[in-house]
Write a protein that binds this ligand. Structure first.
Ligand code: ATP
Ligand code: MG
Length: 501
């Protein structure tokens, strides 16, 4: 409802004018009256009105011409025509000329008020409609600009066809619009096709779902051995477009970042290769230096004219030392090979308590000799998991070996704790000691090949452990414990099966 309006009354008859002005003013409107068409048009241009009541029969120009002028000057102002002519033609003529409604003289005041209030309500609603249409147009325009200028390729798929591509999408993929989806198969790298089809099925299976995938794409549409492809990261989501289900696809060219990723991977491989090579060189150089100096001593002895029994004794010792040194080289090479080509795990369902117990038995004598007490707490109903029991035993032996070395140098009560338990989807194997512990600063490094703090260590034990556990799809972590020693925790997944390599 409109309470106050600015209304113009145009009638050449004084009585009618006064009547209309009084009646409308009584209703709280502001009313401006004039008696000719020209006067009315001038006032409308100057002021603008919410409503015009216009007599058809004016002295200077008839109501229809005045009506045309009003539409031209103020198209949003509704006009109610007042006609003295009782014929239906004049009423139709009034409406045809663009009037909102008409009143036939003589009219009841009640009808006047009803018609004016309808016209004012119509104007209010019409204004609101135009404003919301303009707002909608503006937001559509803004949205279109955003999409058209986006650096991300955007397209819409409906009924298995691409029905819209933004410029970036066209630039990157070429014009694909209107091509049925199955014709686009040749654009996707064959190795990625299954992934894309699976993502598509996943998307349409869930309401309002969205999926992400990255794949290789041949912009030319021609796959082939040497064809150039680009890497694409895309997200697809379902939405309603023009009343029907559609898929909105955002896609980004990630070829450059894939290339950088590759370069970084190669670089880090080269760095670790360098570190491994330096480690091997270092490990072999020490015993080799020994062998060389023994050889010099042997040469000196052999250059003597006669060898006494003492000399022969020295030579015997030298040969023994050379054996030790060459065994050392042999063992370094074996461990390096173990690390780079660990035996292929033969995965089978196993109870992880078994390798724990076997490792314990094998180390029992050494531990007793070194006065190390064993405390084992193995979960009775430990769920089975997939793994190679032999390799897991090797890992536990390596951890025990380290624990023994760490406890040897500390003069306290020496206890090795072995524990197994299960939690969530994992089986856990824990080896704790009361040794020297591992300073936080080197915890990150201890799994690196050739990192060692031992004078006679090769630093490869933990690297092998990590490699084996990773091959099992599990992980190995190190921490401290309340006895000041180190605690190694291995997690093996219960369900995940890692295929034998
Ligand atoms: N239980 C432990 N307590 C304290 N330090 C440890 C423990 N286990 C490992 N470390 C530290 O981690 C380093 C690396 O261990 P790793 O088993 O890889 O090599 P290593 O024992 O030195 O030589 P090896 O190749 O003979 O095993 C050790 O030199 C030691 O500094
Ligand atoms: Mg070790």
């Amino acid at each position: 409802m409109v309470d106050h309006a600015n209304i113009m009354v145009v009638d050449d008859e004084q009585i009618v004018r006064d009547l209309l002005v009084d009646a409308l003013t009584d209703k709280g409107h502001t009313v401006h009256a004039c008696h000719s068409g020209r006067q009315a048009l001038e006032a409308i241009s100057a002021n603008g009105y919410d409503l015009v009541l216009l007599d058809i029969g004016l002295p200077d120009m008839d109501g229809f011409h005045t009506m045309a002028g009003i539409i031209e000057k103020s198209p949003d102002t509704p006009v109610i025509m007042i006609t003295g002519d009782a014929t239906i033609e004049s009423a139709v003529g009034a409406l045809k000329s663009g009037a909102y409604d008409y009143l036939r003289k003589p009219f009841q005041l009640e009808l006047l008020h009803k018609t004016t209030s309808n016209a004012l309500e119509f104007k209010r609603l019409d204004k609101a409609r135009r404003e919301s249409e303009a707002a909608l147009r503006e937001s559509e325009e803004r949205f279109r600009e955003l999409v058209e200028n986006s650096l991300i390729g955007i397209c819409i798929i409906q009924n298995n066809r691409i029905i819209y591509q933004n410029p970036e999408q066209r630039r990157f993929y070429g014009t694909l619009a209107e091509k049925p989806l199955n014709k686009l198969v040749s654009y996707v790298h064959p190795d990625d096709l299954e992934k894309i089809i699976e993502a598509y099925h996943q998307l349409v299976a869930v309401d309002n779902g969205s999926v992400e995938a990255h794949f290789r794409f041949f912009p030319s549409g021609a796959r082939g051995k040497d064809a150039e492809f680009r890497w694409v990261q895309c997200r697809a989501s379902l939405f309603q477009y023009q009343g029907e289900e559609a898929i909105l696809v955002n896609a980004m060219d990630i070829t450059r970042s894939k290339e950088l990723e590759h370069i970084l991977r190669v670089k880090s491989k080269m760095i670790s290769l360098g570190r491994v090579a330096a480690g091997i060189a270092h490990e072999i150089r020490n015993p080799l230096t020994g062998i060389n100096s023994y050889l010099y001593t042997m040469e000196d002895l052999l250059s003597l004219e006669e060898l006494g029994s003492e000399d022969l004794q020295v030579m015997k010792q030298i040969v023994e030392q050379m054996h030790v040194a060459s065994n050392r080289i042999e063992s370094v090479i074996k461990r390096v090979l173990d690390f780079s080509r660990p035996g292929a795990p033969t995965m089978a369902l196993m109870n992880a308590n078994a390798p724990m117990e076997d490792a314990m038995k094998l180390s029992a004598v050494t531990l007793r000799k070194k006065e190390i007490q064993i405390k084992a707490s193995l979960e009775e109903k430990l769920p089975k998991c997939y793994g190679d029991a032999h390799l897991i035993e090797q890992v536990i032996l390596n951890l025990i070996d380290n624990a023994v070395k760490a406890m040897e140098i500390k003069d306290n009560s020496k206890v090795l704790r072995l524990r197994t338990f299960s939690k969530n989807n994992g089986v856990y194997l824990v080896v704790s000691d009361t040794g020297s512990g591992i300073p936080a600063g080197i915890r990150e490094k201890i799994f690196d090949p050739f990192f060692t703090t031992e004078t006679d260590g090769s630093g490869i034990g933990l690297a092998i452990c990590q490699r084996i556990i990773n091959d099992h799809g599990g992980n190995i972590k190190v921490g401290g414990n309340r006895w000041g020693g180190a605690t190694f925790t291995i997690e093996l997944p219960i369900e995940k099966r890692v295929d034998s390599r």
